[in-house]
Design a protein around this ligand. Structure first.
Ligand SMILES: [Zn+2]
Ligand SMILES: [Zn+2]
Length: 209
């Protein structure tokens, strides 16, 4: 079930994600989570190691359980949850403590770490930097995470310089958005600041998981 991402795929994944809106690590992590759950529903329903992990953690965390439920594969979900419901009944006597972490969280965190490490690795490559320039950049959480693992001062300098520029630009757009909300300026047409309030939420708190 666990899929090792190929390096060149990770590079192109990051380039592609930086071409879209929002934090690229958030969007790739979200995609990794969706793919993991889809793989469980497709192939993992009768996978003994997965069932063991689910038995240790007594199911998925709340967020992944609802993500799985929202996929809407009723039969696969029923098969997985029949085990979990029976297990819960057994554990009422022996104790409801869990001994493992949600397997979807474990898998997603592994993918997230790999994307962060690759971001750090590729930051000095021209094509990568150019794409980073035109992207929304990293959210607060992933910016902190990448700065924590960055190995050399030049890479840290590139990231800090680019992110400072992005934050200043966003701040300017927010000021413009607020200014245009004033009734005296309401006649002015919206510009690139029109969705700055959404981008600001993502920048500070990360993309929707
Ligand atoms: Zn992020
Ligand atoms: Zn989880």
């Amino acid at each position: 079930m666990k899929r090792k991402m190929k390096k060149h795929n990770v590079y192109f994944d990051l380039l592609e994600a930086m071409g879209a809106s929002g934090c690229p690590i958030c969007s790739l992590t979200r995609r990794a989570s969706a793919r993991y759950l889809a793989a469980i529903l497709n192939e993992g329903v009768n996978d003994p190691p997965l069932r063991r992990k689910l038995s240790d953690s007594l199911g998925f965390c709340n967020a992944h359980a609802w993500e799985l439920r929202d996929i809407g594969d009723s039969l696969a979900t029923a098969i997985i949850y029949k085990d979990l419901v029976d297990l819960l009944a057994d554990r009422l006597e022996s104790g409801l403590e869990v001994s493992g972490k949600c397997p979807a969280c474990v898998s997603t965190e592994t993918a997230e770490k790999e994307y962060l490490a690759s971001f750090n690795k590729f930051i000095k490559e021209k094509e990568f930097m150019d794409r980073y320039d035109t992207s929304c950049g990293l959210c607060h959480q992933h910016l902190a995470a990448v700065l924590k693992i960055v190995k050399d001062e030049r890479s840290a300098g590139i990231i800090k310089e680019k992110e400072t520029g992005k934050l200043k630009e966003l701040s300017g757009q927010l000021a413009e958005y607020i200014r245009k909300k004033d009734y005296r300026n309401a006649h002015e047409s919206p510009g690139e600041e029109r969705d700055s309030w959404i981008r600001a939420v993502e920048k500070v708190s990360g993309g929707r998981r």
